[in-house]
Design a protein around this ligand. Sequence first.
Ligand code: F0G
Length: 359
Amino acid sequence: MPFRPRYTGLIDKYRDRLPVHDDTRIISLGEGNTPLIRLNNIPRLLGKEVDIYVKFEGLNPTGSFKDRGMTMAVTKAVEEGSRAIICASTGNTSAAAAAYASRAGITSFVLIPDGKIALGKLAQAMIHGAFVIQIKGNFDAGMQLVKDVAQEAPVTIVNSINPYRLQGQKTAAFEIVEELECAPDFHCLPVGNAGNITAHWMGYKEYQEHGIANNRPRMVGYQAAGSAPFLRGHPVDNPETVATAIRIGHPQSWDKAWQVKAESNGWFDECTDEDILVAQKLLSQKEGVFCEPASATSLAGAMRDIRSGKIPEGSKVVCTLTGHGLKDPDIAIKQSTAPLITVEATLDSVKRAILENMA
Ligand code: F0G
């Protein structure tokens, strides 16, 4: 029986399309190669003939799409002789930075908004041995501090302003095109700093320019209504949302994202926290896919635009699910309506519990 070569991460796979050399030491945890899951039940509930796929980036090694960018950023930081990396984060970047730094044997410093990141992400940064600096301020304040401190200390910034991050993240678009054998008609993403929407567009453009795909998608970016600078047309100073991952008011890729919208003939829109939580629950309960709240923003927005016909029937739609639901167990438990049933440890009581609760 012929065996396929072991998958060793996205830099090895897309070496020709990434800024690495033959002798670059690759820092990888086998990221990328995530499933593109076709939704079966949600399109039926919408009553529309649309093909919706979710790219489940929560199945990356640290549970979010950040690993795609971090493998590149840390590989290059190490190649350039850096001994320490730093980032500001709403949680996922810090988890990825901490993990890849430990893999590389370098130090990581992460600035997080005090009390405003999901528990799973904090646990990750801590167990991987990052120096966690909680600031009494939000992500945007942390980002500014990181930029300032990097001018005075020998640390490499691994936020998405590090250009290698976007290089790594563009590979998600490559994978989608390879799997669908074309680009989708619409690609929907949650938008915070807007690095990921920018990276996907880079990937789609590259594959079209190199003749691998004949088409490119319209890029659609959805923001949480309380943190929606792209909808307001200017930065927002006090962003708020249940989707803490995208609680960002001063996006770092502001100009790039407007360019993506223009070039791809796409749009931005906003979703309420309620819509986001409904989409998270729907995905969990109708499709068996558990993503974190911020991730569900892509589907929340897509469902609305499919219902209204803005995304027409017959379309092929990809929604990126950026992070795993286990990142934020508190929200998941709050979202559950099913009661926890406690009974005696006897056959009779377990049997009764089952019969009483059969649909
Ligand atoms: N979804 C999740 C789960 C995220 O963690 C982020 C960003 C985004 C979406 C938005 O992506 O910023 O490229 O537009 N999280 C960053 C962090 C800010 O620190 O983990 P973007």
